[in-house]
Design a protein around this ligand. Structure first.
Ligand code: PMP
Length: 378
């Protein structure tokens, strides 16, 4: 049988990984500044992570959600403490799209309304429901219950106007748009959005699938704007590669939880992975490290020609160039052995493990300098 044809992002096959380093089948070493698309939070094969998962599978790897799973409670308590959302409840599922599906469903059930406002450039997943919230001209949404308003114009009036229609259940937003190219709304816009939602009984969903779990230099990126969301979705960095997703649900919610459920969600092994991630984030001060590294990258890139803008927070950085970056991206990989992500035609996205050090950043900066000099000097 042939595999379904996923698009090959990079022509390298990693077979082994440790912290921020990947090795291919020939033993060639690569620096991972892509983090498997913001998934690797505590670094590859962290000893504590490996130990926790191994211990768990030796005890019990999976049973059913119809029995008590004590490690779920451990995860919820730890997550509440580190995120500052102690009073919320945690629903566990398996992926980012599933978390968003459930958040949308909860909002709709809670309000009795069915329209959800999403933003231009948004990415919320590829399932039937979330694909309709995702802004991708190549995708034909199977239903059409959603508006898309501009994220960059910060047009609060457009949102007010749609809400005035009376059928809006929720607004969903990425505190830092990832796939969209590392786009940040202003804190003032987010605060206004929060106020408008509260005044109109509209649920505010923060999609922290990519920006959450310390990546932005705060536990959740929306916390930079000093607001609380009603529902917060998460996945990628939560399991450091083990599939797990979650929704934090405000205590105000009166939705029946019979509405939510999944066979695999929150299974023992996934929770062991997620608890290990939180242990390491806490013990190694990784939220603070992400913040410092982000600032360091910003300062280092300041001096570069050919860069139009450096955006982002913490370990979630977009570098916009004034030329198409396809060749640059390939050269970084093939000549300098560095994995980076990209968005559109001219943005490089850095989503390294939160364990990243200045020494690794310096390697990237020096490689970038070499390549930009070649471009400038022909
Ligand atoms: N939301 C955001 C912000 C994402 O970046 C992604 C994945 N790129 C998703 C949702 C979907 O997550 P998953 O692929 O785990 O379904």
């Amino acid at each position: 049988m042939k595999l379904f044809d996923v698009y090959p992002l990079m022509n390298v096959t990693p077979v082994k990984a440790k912290d921020c380093i990947l090795w291919d089948e020939n033993g060639k070493e690569y620096l991972d500044l892509y983090g498997g698309h913001a998934v690797i939070s505590i670094g590859h094969a962290h000893p504590h992570y490996v130990q926790k998962i191994t211990e768990q599978i030796n005890n019990i790897g999976f049973y059913s959600n119809s029995v008590q799973i004590p490690i779920q409670t451990e995860l919820a308590e730890k997550l509440g403490k580190l995120s500052g959302y102690d009073d919320y409840t945690l629903f566990l599922c398996n992926s980012g799209a599933e978390a968003n599906e459930n958040a949308a469903k909860l909002a709709s059930f809670h309000t009795g309304k069915d329209r959800i406002i999403a933003f231009n450039g948004a990415f919320h997943g590829r399932t039937s429901g979330t694909v309709a919230l995702t802004d991708n001209p190549k995708i034909v949404a199977p239903f059409n219950a959603h508006h898309k308003v501009s994220f960059v114009d910060y047009n609060i009036d457009a949102i007010k106007e749609i809400i005035a229609g009376g059928d809006v259940a929720a607004v969903i937003y990425e505190p830092i748009q990832g796939v969209g190219g590392i786009i940040l709304p202003s804190d003032e816009f987010v605060q206004e959005l929060r106020t408008v939602c509260t005044e109109n009984g509209v649920i505010l969903i923060a999609d922290e699938v990519q920006s959450g779990y310390g990546r932005s230099g705060k536990f959740f990126a929306h916390q930079h704007s000093n607001i609380k969301a009603d529902l917060i979705t998460m996945a990628k960095g939560m399991g450091n590669g083990f599939p797990i997703g979650g929704v934090l649900i405000s205590p105000e919610f009166k939705a029946s939880y019979g509405l939510l459920g999944t066979t695999f969600g929150g299974n023992h092994l996934a929770c062991a992975a997620a608890v290990a991630v939180l242990d390491v984030i806490e013990q190694e001060n990784l939220v603070e490290n992400a913040k410092e590294i982000g600032e360091y990258i910003g300062i280092q890139l300041n001096k570069f020609p050919k860069i139009q803008e450096v955006r982002g927070r913490g370990s979630m950085i977009g570098i916009e160039f004034d030329f198409p970056i396809n060749e640059l991206k390939n050269n970084l990989l093939t000549k300098h052995n560095i994995f980076v992500g990209y968005a559109g035609t001219n943005v490089i996205r850095l989503l390294p493990p939160l364990t990243i050090t200045k020494q690794y950043v310096d390697k990237f900066i020096s490689a970038l300098e070499t390549e930009i000099n070649i471009i400038i000097n022909g």
